[in-house]
Design a protein around this ligand. Sequence first.
Ligand SMILES: Nc1ncnc2c1ncn2[C@@H]1O[C@H](COP(=O)(O)OP(=O)(O)OP(=O)(O)O)[C@@H](O)[C@H]1O
Ligand SMILES: [Mg+2]
Length: 355
Amino acid sequence: MIRKADFLALHPGVYFLDVTDVPTLNVYLTDGGRLGPLEALISVEKAGEGNMNCTVRIRTSSGSFILKQSRPWLEKYPQISAPFDRALIEARFYHLISATEAVASRMPRLLWADEQAHTLALEDLGPASDFFPLYARQIALSDTILSALVNYLAALHRLAPERGEDRKRFTNHEMRVLNHEHMFALPLREPNGLDLDAHTGTPGLTAVAASLKADAAYGQAVAALGERYLHGEGENLLHGDFFPGSFLRTAAGVRIIDPEFCFCGDAELDLGVLAAHLLLAGEPTDRVESILSLYHAAGGGFSSALVRQYAGVEIMRRLIGVAQIPTLKAGLARKTDLLALSRQLLLAPEQSFSV
Ligand SMILES: Nc1ncnc2c1ncn2[C@@H]1O[C@H](COP(=O)(O)OP(=O)(O)OP(=O)(O)O)[C@@H](O)[C@H]1O
Ligand SMILES: [Mg+2]
C-alpha cells in the first residue's frame, strides 16, 4: 500500500489502516477492546468514494460500522501533505454536536475515536448514495431535503463553543490553510501548474480563466475574502465543507457527513457554498435565494452580500481549481457564464444570484 512503510517508519507502533490486511485490523480492534465480547470481525471494504482519508466499512458478527483514518497526506494524492490531526478534529465535532438533536439526528453517531491512530468509528448509515448525480440533473434536490439541510445549518451554527479554550479546539487552522490554498489562492495564481483545458476536458477554459485572473478588482475581492476565511474568528460553528459530496441519501432521509473542515467562522461560508452548488447544478435563482429565507425563518442571522461572495469563490474554484466536480457536464459557454456570475457575486454582491 502507498506510503505504508513511510507511515510505520515515522510512527512506529501506531496502527495503519490497510484494507488488505485483515489480521492486523482484527488485532487492532480486538486488543483495543473495540469489538463487543462476542463480536467477530467478518470483512472490511472501501466505504465509498473519498479523496482525503482512508474510509472503510467494517462488517462484524453484530453489524457494521465505518472506520476513518487520517494520514499526514491525502489518500488519493499521497504526494500532497495534509494535517494529520483532522480525524481527531472531526471526532471532536461529532462529540460536541452529540447532545443537540436537530444536528445529531442528521449525522452518523460517533462510536469511538483513537487519538493515537487518528481514527474515528462512526455509525454506518447503510448503503447510502451521494448527491453527485445532482449536477447532471439525474436526481433532484427536493424542497424537503433543501429545508432539512438549511435547518441543520441553522441549528449547527447556534452551537458555537464559548470564547476561550473551548473555541481554540475548533480553530482548525491547518485545515483552513489547506482549503484556503485550493479555494482562494491556487485557482487564480498564474502560472499554477494546472493545464486547465486538459484537467477539465473543456478546451478554451484556459483563456477564459486567464481573463478572470487578470482582473485586479476580482483578485483583490477574492484575496480579501480569503484572509477573512483564514484568520477570521466568526461566531458560528461551521461544517466547513457543506456541499453535495458531504450529503448522503439514505432510506431515512438526507444525512450529513465529513465535518473535517469545521471551524468557528462565518455562517455565510456554509450558506454560500451550498448556494454555489445549487447554481452549479443549474437550480433556478429563486430556489437559491430560498436558502436565505429558510435560514432566516430558522432563526439564523447573516449578511446576504457575504453569502454571495463566498458562493462566487466556490463556483470559481470548482471550475478552474483542482477540486473539479466529475459529474458536472458543462461546456465552455456554460462555464464562461458561471465564471461571469462568480465575478458579479464578488464585485456586486448586493445583487441577486442571477447573471
Ligand atoms: N457513516 C457513514 N455511513 C455510510 N457511508 C459512509 C459513512 N461515512 C462515509 N461513508 C461513505 O464513505 C465515503 C467517504 O467518506 P468521507 O467523505 O467521510 O471520507 P473522506 O475521505 O473525508 O472524503 P473526501 O475526500 O470527500 O473528503 C462517503 O462518500 C460515503 O459513501
Ligand atoms: Mg473529507
